[in-house]
Design a protein around this ligand. Structure first.
Ligand SMILES: [Zn+2]
Length: 296
């Protein structure tokens, strides 16, 4: 890695505007393990200078990039009564980064490269999963979400959805990414792989549902799997953990009413969390989200 790329890795680890997943992508790109990537940089009153700082490093490293228009991002700031309160906390910018050494000069080549970067078996599988018949033949509602949870846990460093937990190409890629991060950003690797244990009350928010209109070429909002043999719930921590309210995907065979508050033992690692729920404490009826659009 040359000196400028090393500086970019250092910047990625120190920047406040990247979450773990975006840090991971930026470090892999800067270290040369990914030929192109897309990262989101959040800008709030706390890190106003980071956009200019980031672009300075990109230019010094001769990294061609495209930057998006600013977009607002919001976060949960409180849960009061039956209202989950959201506020706009700042702006984010999306960056498409290209490996300058390979001199990609347009977006079409970049897109081809993104696909090129992913294993062919996983691309084929992804396309198949956009077919109602294939989905219904191969999965139940629970099995579909179980597949997503399993591949995410087995291969936490890759950016695509692996075709299976036995995908060899993905396994090689995940191992190569782990080596790269360990060598080029040991500090980030330590915190990203560290299991963060928390005890907190959580409230059951929405439930995931795969709708037919996300399946290619079908214009129905009916569920792909009408029979529910399990549930993927969105759990929200009742109190902030390290300054943030967390939303956690939780897959279970049990049915839990929306608004139920339960104690939870939460193990966070990489970009996911495993949760053990205790006995329900209460149910908050009519749980809803309140959004205020105030520009900070
Ligand atoms: Zn695969």
């Amino acid at each position: 890695m040359d000196k400028q790329r090393k500086r970019l890795v250092e910047f990625a680890q120190a920047a406040k505007g990247f979450d773990g997943y975006n840090m991971l992508k930026l470090i892999l790109f800067a270290a040369g393990a990914k030929p192109a990537t897309f990262v989101q940089l959040k800008i709030s009153p706390e890190n106003l200078d980071e956009k200019a700082h980031f672009e300075k490093h990109l230019k010094a490293g001769r990294v061609p990039f495209l930057v998006s228009r600013p977009k607002a991002y919001e976060e949960i700031v409180a849960i009061k009564g039956n209202a989950v309160k959201w506020r706009i906390l700042g702006t984010w910018f999306g960056y498409d980064l290209f490996d300058g050494n390979r001199s990609f000069d347009n977006f079409r080549k970049y897109l081809a490269l993104v696909l090129y970067d992913y294993p062919a078996c996983c691309i084929t599988h992804y396309i198949k999963e956009h077919d109602l018949k294939f989905l219904r033949k191969n999965y139940t509602h629970y099995a579909y979400y179980k597949h997503l949870h399993s591949v995410e846990r087995k291969y936490p460093l890759v950016m695509h959805t692996p075709c299976s937990t036995k995908c060899r190409a993905t396994g090689r890629m995940n191992a190569e990414y782990a080596r790269t991060i360990r060598n080029s950003a040991p500090k980030f690797w330590k915190s990203f792989t560290n299991v963060k244990k928390q005890k907190a009350d959580v409230i059951v928010g929405s439930e995931s549902e795969l709708l037919q209109d996300v399946v290619y070429n079908i214009r129905s909002t009916a569920p792909v799997f009408p029979a529910k043999d399990g549930h993927e719930y969105n759990l929200i921590t009742m109190k902030p953990i390290a300054g943030h309210y967390y939303m956690i995907s939780h897959l279970t065979k049990k049915s839990i009413e929306k608004g139920t508050v339960l104690p939870a033992a939460i193990n966070m690692k990489f970009d996911y969390a495993d949760v053990k729920l205790g006995k329900p404490k209460k149910v908050i009826k009519n749980l809803h989200h309140e959004r205020k659009f105030v520009i900070p």
